[in-house]
Design a protein around this ligand. Sequence first.
Ligand code: VGL
Ligand code: ZN
Length: 204
Amino acid sequence: MHALLLIDIQNDFIPGGALAVKEGDQIVPLANSLQKSFKLIIATQDWHPQNHGSFAANQPGKNIGEIILLNGLDQILWPVHCVQNTPGAAFHPNLKMDKINRIFPKGTDPEIDSYSGFFDNGHKKDTGLAKYLQQNEVNEVSICGLATDYCVKYTAIDAANLGFKTNVIIDACRGVELNPGDIEKAIREMKETGVQIIESSAVL
Ligand code: VGL
Ligand code: ZN
């Protein structure tokens, strides 16, 4: 079984949102068309409590973009985003939802961030996604969504390391690019882990 993973296609990552990814909205039509090629479709949802430690607003004297230690792990401080049950955390209104089999929330523990759809950033707790894929006899995953250099990258690297044949549909992803070159670097790191970088035309 080959599953499609839609990563964090949420309002806060779309232009106008709290942590807007440039051209983030442009992937939505592709994410919808891609669904026609898959029988198993999974979405991840960044789903933070208001007091999440990755929010600069919760770290007195610290600014967005600064790196702090959060429970022993380097943590980039982000604007308040994807707070549970707020419009920013909702999926993009044009994202086709009726064929999505399961949604995996992540980033729910205020003490640790979770870029990957599989594990938190310390690899201490898992979301249940790996088990769900195994139960559905998935051996291959194709990944698209937001953001290339964070949640897409970490999800893809975990998938490859878990033994899934892993593809990232790169034209159906957009990145944050906090520093110039971050997207290229993410692509390099994914390739080094055995992730295949493909175009949607190879699937559609
Ligand atoms: C993400 C930063 C913080 C992402 C989530 O979805 O790539 N990036 N939280
Ligand atoms: Zn987040």
